[in-house]
Design a protein around this ligand. Structure first.
Ligand SMILES: [Fe+2]
Ligand SMILES: [Fe+2]
Length: 170
């Protein structure tokens, strides 16, 4: 059982994770349309990660004996600009999600919900990783600047990213 407040905020986060998934898939499609297949793959893996987050929250709410309420998600934008602009938006989005997860954690503290605190700790670490990996790509694109050959080389490197679901005890 969860408190009403905790359940509502978790249901809200479930919606945000699904929105994040859609946002990254829209970015993937946008960047692939510009010819960057590797970046598109990287963003598609990001989409898969967000779907995994969505299901992790979904399963947690279920495991606390509650019903998940799926809400309507907004349509993501369909133009994200250049690769540099796109990856800036990825980082901004991840920073926003970090703030949301921190707020959720604060709610779990206020509600004396210790199980939810433990559950959310995984996401706190995950957000550190998300911001770190996105900043790395963004820095590389910034360093490359206006050199198309280097950008294509980076694109190839980013295309090697694959999605590996973390094991359940991780
Ligand atoms: Fe997420
Ligand atoms: Fe994320």
């Amino acid at each position: 059982m969860l408190s009403k407040k905790m359940l509502n905020t978790l249901n809200e986060q479930i919606k945000l994770e699904m929105y994040s998934a859609h946002l990254y898939l829209a970015m993937s499609s946008h960047i692939e349309h510009q010819g960057f297949k590797g970046m598109a793959k990287w963003l598609r893996v990001q989409y898969e990660e967000e779907t995994f987050h969505f299901l992790k929250f979904y399963d947690y709410v279920k495991s606390r004996g509650e019903k998940v309420i799926l809400k309507a998600i907004d349509a993501p934008p369909n133009d994200f600009g250049t690769p540099l602009e796109t990856f800036r938006k990825v980082l901004e989005h991840e920073q926003q999600i970090t703030a949301d997860i921190n707020k959720l954690y604060k709610t779990a503290i206020d509600q004396n919900d210790f199980a939810s605190q433990i559950f959310l700790q995984w996401f706190i670490s995950e957000q550190v990783e998300e911001e770190d990996s996105t900043s790395e790509v963004l820095n590389k694109i910034q360093l490359i600047g206006d050199k198309p050959t280097d950008l294509l080389y980076l694109d190839k490197e980013l295309g090697t990213r694959t999605f590996t679901p973390p094991s359940s005890n991780e």
